[in-house]
Ligand binder design. Structure first.
Ligand code: G4P
Length: 525
């Protein structure tokens, strides 16, 4: 056991996630971070593509079948004397509530935008969760090596579309097809890059003064300098308080594929992402970092290893030092939890973790007594707020295919609901015979059906549903809503009532016509 102090170790931690729309370059950027940190020797090791992919990730049959990675990976690597915890937010086809939940476990995010596309729908969804949590956001405008929008136009889009004030730290020099490098506005230096084939290794770079750049880069330099002059004039400079409050965003430009500007971004992660703060408990009282160990569960994953039928709870350490083998208490039940089996997950590989500090993520194996949002503590009790729930956007009716297996069906629903695989909505008069499932991503339904069949031998029939929107409501409003066609009143697991609408326009009309009705939007709760 080492003698590192939790408060010193916490100061070295930077725990963040990358949010982006599919294809903006999240994977490429992640690989480049690892490359710069020396954690891998060649890009391409994190996520094998195509054929190779099933070989690197065989946790679940479904993953193999679809060639996707459902299980969020956590990558830990050292850079500049800091320990970086990079949490993966699964994208496109594997988008699910887990993607959102990851954001409850990070201290900041890097938002990657494709500079030809600006803010795309999935980025927007993820950003809204960041905003609700007031997470600090760094922005990376990627793919500057290709034709894209004018960088000033992109700044404008960020400001107007998501009301986040960009404060560029770096600025591009060159055109699409002739991207030369980036200006560091704060240090007043130009970094010129040389492109290497496919960018598997780090591209050579050269730092120079503005004078030298002016002499060597000619007209492209002058144009870039005009942009910088404009930014200086409007005072678009790094502003720590508003960055930490999630109101302004330090912005970086570059190309993950060719490495341009990636180092400046990684350096900024170390410099600007806040070290893990003391986490407030349910009463708003912060748990000091140097108190005994505490952690909360932000993701539960069952059956990552088919041969063991195990269940892993991913916890974020909030205070103290975690030592493998220590006994913790589950705040919800008061029961002890032995942490004999603790692992880190790097891509598809698991390795045993011996100790961890605030900001780190640990996978607790055999986590049968743990639920999403649970707090674990050592000695001094604490309960952290639960993981927020998110407004579902997709719905489907569900009923058991085999009525002789209702018991197994019920048990399966209970387990999968508890794990947060989908949200289960019930009609109190119908029980589990006719359920409505709700989710933020289609994949959640597929995982649900697959697991119900393979683990509980209780096949389910998903028949789709006509519903387009959901609102929170109450008993009184429900009486009125029941009289209107195309609306269904159901209950969530916690007993709260929701109304499902077949027609979004009817909902809008109702909101306008009967403002007294309780119809709460369920964004982040
Ligand atoms: P994602 O994880 O956000 O979905 O994106 P990913 O990194 O997989 O990148 C999506 C595509 O964009 C990949 O091309 C990748 O090579 C390319 N890309 C990423 N960063 C840059 C960049 O800075 N400049 C350019 N020009 N392209 C970039 P692909 O053709 O889909 O895959 P691959 O065959 O290149 O691996």
């Amino acid at each position: 056991m080492s003698n590192f102090r939790p408060e010193d170790e916490a100061k070295r931690r930077r725990t963040f996630a990358i949010i982006s729309h599919p294809d903006a370059g999240k994977t490429t950027l992640t690989e480049k971070f690892l490359l710069y940190a020396g954690a891998v020797v060649e890009a391409g090791s994190v996520k094998a593509k195509g054929q190779n992919r099933s070989a690197t990730s065989d946790w679940m049959e479904l993953e193999q079948k679809r060639g996707i990675s459902i299980t969020s990976a956590v990558m830990q690597f050292e850079y500049k004397d800091c320990v970086i915890n990079l949490l993966d937010t699964p994208g496109h086809r594997d988008f699910s509530e887990d993607t959102y939940r990851v954001l409850a476990a990070v201290d900041a995010v890097v938002m990657v935008l494709d500079s030809a596309k600006g803010i795309e729908p999935q980025t927007l969804k993820l950003f809204e969760v960041c905003r609700a949590r007031k997470l600090p956001v760094l922005t990376f405008l990627n793919k500057f090596d290709r034709p894209g929008l004018d960088p000033l136009e992109l700044l404008d889009e960020i400001e107007t579309k998501i009301n986040l004030r960009p404060t560029p730290i770096t600025w591009p020099v060159g055109d699409a097809g002739d991207f030369r490098g980036v200006i560091d506005r704060r240090r007043r230096v130009f970094t010129r890059f040389t492109r290497v084939a496919r960018g598997a290794r780090i591209a050579p770079e050269e730092e120079m003064s503005f004078e030298q750049a002016a002499a060597e880069e000619g007209v492209l330099w002058q144009r870039a300098l005009d942009g910088v002059g404009l930014l200086d004039a409007v005072g678009a400079d790094l502003d720590m308080p508003s960055f930490l409050a999630g109101e302004s965003t330090p912005l970086f430009v570059g190309s993950a594929l060719t490495d341009f500007g990636v180092r400046a971004l990684l350096d900024a992660v170390v410099e600007l992402v806040p070290a893990p703060p003391a986490r407030p408990d349910v009463n708003g009282l912060p748990r000091p970092i140097d108190e005994p160990c505490s952690a909360f569960v932000f993701k539960v994953q069952a059956n990552m290893d088919r041969s063991h039928r195990d269940r892993i709870a991913f916890v974020r350490i909030c205070s103290g030092r975690f030592d493998r083998g220590m006994n913790l208490t589950v705040a919800r039940t008061g029961k002890p939890f032995a942490t004999k089996y603790a692992s880190t997950v790097f891509g598809a590989e698991r390795s045993t973790v011996e100790e961890a500090y605030p900001g780190d993520v640990v996978g607790l194996v055999n986590a049968n007594g743990l639920q999403l949002g649970d707090t674990l503590y050592e000695d001094v009790p604490v309960t952290f707020p639960g993981i927020p729930r998110f407004a579902p956007e997709l719905f489907t009716n569900a009923r058991p295919k085999d009525t002789s297996r209702v018991k197994q069906f019920r048990r399966g629903i209970e387990v999968l609901e508890e794990e947060g695989v989908v949200q289960v909505l019930r009609d109190p008069d119908m029980g589990d015979a006719a359920l409505v499932l709700a989710a933020v991503g289609q994949l959640q339904f597929e995982v649900f059906a697959h697991r119900l069949e393979s683990e509980f031998n209780a096949p389910v029939e998903l028949t789709g549903s006509p519903y387009q929107a959901i609102r929170g409501t109450d008993e009184e409003s429900a009486d009125r809503l029941r009289q209107i066609g195309g609306i269904r009143i159901l209950q969530r697991a916690d007993g709260s009532m929701v109304a499902l609408f077949e027609n979004i326009y009817r909902l809008q009309r109702l909101l306008a016509d009967e403002p007294k009705l309780t119809l709460k939007s369920l964004s982040v709760e």
